[in-house]
Ligand binder design. Structure first.
Ligand code: SAH
Length: 489
């Protein structure tokens, strides 16, 4: 099992600096004992212009079996346990060896050259035999989005003497690009076992933590995030789901700062039809409260509660006995807690309200059984392809009796004087819908999940373009869970 890492340099920045970054001296060959064999690190070349570090892992296949963790179970398992590809093919064994041999480099630590750790290097990585389930095509899909300028995966023939036998399931992997060494190593640490699609050890719950740590900076938002996560966690669905949810939080937290600030900086939605203008946000809250009261709701979810204005209004009315605010943004929730003075609240009041961090695109058992859920100005913050996931989490899984959804009516945008033509109202809006588009979506959602839907205009209704905000009021028609998805949940 073999992996080489090469870089190039100049007299001022010699390539041999790689030795410092890897914490392995170019002039020494070193040997380490790992859990399943012996790892050797040496430098086939080491000059100012070019430096290559090689990691060679000798695996003892018999020891692998004796530890009871070899691949077994198949009819020919008795032999396969002893005669297998594990000593030669890059796999999770190599990843584990990397954590032993290149621990500091993986963590991006370098005492000798702290300034170089954060800098991208010209890197060339070769793995001569990489089992790639999914072939060269998958190799490209995995590495190309990560900043490599050259990704090559060449199928290795089964036997060079007998080309007619065709290709093996192995590829020779070559990566070239300017990346930080730690990033490159972390990608390999995750993606080698992902491509091999088999782990030599039992996947424990802390693997999710390991994956998130190794995936920092590149996994959240990777187009193949789901495949990577599920294969890395050996297709253990519970763990995969957990990891996906946490990655979603990471991705959203990255836009968190922008989010909270811009909620306040969004277009000034004050309507000017009354003498003392009432901000549209306030009109929206009034409309929501009225609809909740009309529905007779007492236990209410505020999904995407933001900074807690609606939660605060709900608390003022004792008919709302239980109020749960959910948001993905920790910062928004912190502001909400401060607004509500949660820490100084009497026990009685405090018992009525809960704020929780969560992603609405994932089902959550704790959200089941409520009278009503409010999604006020939330759906337009999701990428359209994620909307079905939210739909399922709310209408298929949580299934409150009443669901209120408000969203901007894009037709009204021409009436905002401060809004340039063709712009959405808020920097983070992924879409804004016409009345017809909203009705279409809401009608389909209602149909799919056993709800009826009515539409309520919010704000002054313009004869041509309608109201600034549109609200859909969904009411469950059947007490039982009627939809196919709901049955499966
Ligand atoms: N409901 C409030 C806030 C609307 S702003 C109001 O009417 O004023 C949209 C809120 O949705 C933000 O606080 C944002 O953090 C939250 N949000 C966006 N996508 C989310 C998701 N996938 N899961 C949970 N919350 C989300």
């Amino acid at each position: 099992m073999f992996l080489t890492i090469s870089t190039t340099g100049t007299p001022e920045r010699p390539a041999t600096d790689l030795g410092y970054l890897l914490h392995k001296h170019p002039e020494k060959a070193q040997t380490f004992s790992t859990s399943h064999g012996t790892a050797h690190v040496f430098y086939p070349e080491a000059s100012a212009e070019r430096c290559t570090a090689a990691l060679l892992l000798e695996v003892d296949p018999v020891a692998l079996v004796r530890r009871g963790k070899g691949r077994g179970g198949a009819p020919d398992a008795a032999l396969a346990q002893y005669v297998n590809d594990r000593p030669y093919a890059a796999s999770s064994l190599l990843s584990v060896a990397m954590t032993t041999v290149f621990k500091s480099a993986l963590n991006g630590a370098c005492r000798a050259m702290p300034e170089r750790v954060g800098e991208p290097l010209p890197l060339r990585i070769e793995v001569p035999a990489l089992p790639a389930r999914g072939g060269a095509e998958l190799v490209h899909k995995l590495f190309a989005p990560l900043g490599w300028t050259r990704v090559e995966a060449v199928a290795v023939p089964l036997d060079e003497q007998f080309p007619e036998w065709g290709d093996s399931r192995y590829v020779r992997l070559l990566l070239e690009g300017e990346l930080r060494l730690a990033d490159a190593l972390r990608q390999l640490y995750v993606l080698l076992p992902v491509l091999d699609d088999a782990k030599h050890y039992w996947v424990a719950p802390d693997e999710v933590d390991k994956l998130l740590r190794a995936g920092e900076g590149w996994l959240a938002g990777h187009p193949e995030q789901k495949l990577i996560t599920s294969r890395y966690l050996s297709r253990r669905w519970g763990l995969t789901r957990q990891a996906m949810e946490r990655l979603e939080l990471v991705r959203l937290a990255e836009s968190d700062d922008l989010e909270v600030e811009s909620v306040d900086n969004a277009v000034d939605e004050t309507t000017d039809t009354e003498e003392k203008p009432v901000p549209l946000a306030e009109q929206r809250r009034a409309a929501v409260l009225e609809a909740l009261r009309a529905a007779g709701a007492a236990r209410v979810l505020d999904l995407g509660c933001g900074q807690g204005q609606l939660v605060q209004a709900l608390l003022k009315d004792v008919r709302f006995t239980e109020i749960v605010g959910v948001d993905v943004s920790m910062r928004a929730l912190t502001v909400a807690a401060r607004r509500l003075k949660l820490d100084r609240m009497g026990e009685r009041q405090a018992g009525r309200v809960t704020l929780r961090q969560g992603a609405l695109t994932y089902t959550d058992k704790q959200l089941k059984g409520y009278d009503a859920a409010v999604l006020s100005e939330v759906i337009e913050h999701l990428d359209l392809p994620r909307l079905p996931a939210l739909e399922y989490a709310v209408f298929g899984s949580a299934r409150p009796r009443t669901v209120l959804v408000t969203t901007p009516n894009v037709e009204y945008n021409v009436r905002w004087e401060t809004l340039p033509a063709g712009h959405v109202r808020h920097g983070d809006h992924r879409f804004e819908w016409t009345r017809e588009e909203f009705r279409d979506w809401a009608g389909q959602v209602a149909g799919r999940h056993g709800y009826t839907v009515a539409f309520v205009p919010v704000g002054p209704e313009d004869p041509e373009v309608g109201p600034p905000t549109q609200m859909a009021v969904f009411t469950m028609t059947t007490a039982q869970e009627t939809t196919k998805e709901a049955k499966a949940a």
